[in-house]
Design a protein around this ligand. Structure first.
Ligand code: FAD
Length: 290
């Protein structure tokens, strides 16, 4: 099923879409346990699960695609495969698309990816919008894109970033997933700007439940999300108490989600970090709202 159909069905019910994001574990040992993780995540009945993509390797040895196939064929939940393009040429992307089609994957989150100082980029795709355009003309996939409520770190300013986002939507992205944020006001202001700019596709709010201080500092450095004072207070108070920080992090995320749903958000995308306990807690906290 294509993501657009999922949004339409949810809209009819007056409920937001709920999705999870997972990553393919790097360690072989963790990869062996992925089935247990998938089984428990799928038991929570998300509308879809997206699987992140690390650059490198061919379609056939790509763990993202293998995991997406399992999500679809074993657990019967719709997968979205993330696909980045900085390090791939058109020929390799074309092979990936063929492989995805054969695997029955219908949904792709088309991304540029981040530049890495030690890896040289291929020059076929500079921006995600170029990948979107390429996918659109090479198959029958539903295409999603990423968006940034607090503006992408490399963008000149918020207006330029929104204009660039419009190019991505005009190229064929029919659903957007947001970068994580801890202050819903950023999301609301961003959403309003998308509508003013004529971007009319569903925008899912990306929520990252926080469970430890190092994790959040790393995330904030790489994605530029700002930490509101009330959130920093929680981090300072409970940074040395693992259990308390977990509980406080879950309560904060649930609070964010309740506010988003009350404000008619179209979808909630939970960055689960492959932690079933996190997804469990969040779903328990919002079970009558979704
Ligand atoms: P783009 O949409 O290409 O935007 C990148 C920058 O270029 C922005 O500043 C934009 O304003 C600018 N720009 C865009 N188009 C133009 C244009 N035509 N002219 C001039 N400037 C332009 N990374 C991974 O490696 N693997 C993943 O699985 C992954 N999953 C992600 C999932 C989500 C939901 C999000 C939000 C991010 C994810 N990322 C992932 C990170 C992502 O690759 C980076 O944030 C990257 O820096 C930007 O990717 P993008 O697709 O948003 O790029």
């Amino acid at each position: 099923m294509k993501v657009t159909e999922i949004f339409e069905a949810r809209k009819k019910e007056g409920k937001p879409v709920l999705s999870f994001e997972i990553f393919p574990p790097k360690k072989e040992e963790a990869l062996k346990n992925i089935d247990a993780t998938l089984e428990r995540l799928c038991d929570l009945h998300p509308d879809f699960i997206s699987v992140t993509f690390g650059a490198g390797g061919s379609a056939a040895d790509n763990k993202t695609i293998e995991i997406a196939k399992k999500i679809k064929n074993v657990y019967h939940v719709e997968p979205i495969v993330h696909l980045t393009c900085l390090y791939y040429g058109k020929k390799e992307i074309s092979e990936m698309l063929k492989y995805l089609e054969e695997a029955g994957v219908e949904n792709i989150l088309a991304l540029r990816g981040d530049e890495k100082p030690d890896v040289s980029v291929k020059n076929d795709f500079r921006y995600a919008s170029e990948l979107v355009e390429y996918i659109k003309s090479h198959g029958n996939f539903h295409i999603s894109g990423a968006c940034y409520p607090e503006t992408h770190l490399e963008a000149k300013d918020a207006v330029t970033d929104i204009h660039n986002l419009k190019k991505k939507v005009d190229a064929g992205a029919s659903h957007l997933v947001s970068q994580l944020f801890f202050d819903n006001e950023f999301f609301y202001r961003f959403y309003e700007k998308t509508r003013i700019a004529g971007i009319n596709v569903p925008v899912e709010a990306g929520i990252m439940p926080v469970t430890n201080k190092a994790q959040i500092e790393r995330m904030v450095n790489t994605c530029g999300a700002s930490l509101p004072e009330k959130f920093q207070k929680i981090l300072r108070k409970y940074e040395d108490n693992k259990e308390a920080l977990f509980d406080a992090g879950m309560a904060y995320a649930i609070n964010q989600i309740v506010d988003l749903i009350a404000n008619d958000v179209e979808g909630i995308h939970i960055y689960t970090m492959n932690k079933v306990k996190i997804a469990d807690k969040i779903c328990e906290g919002i079970k009558s709202l979704i």
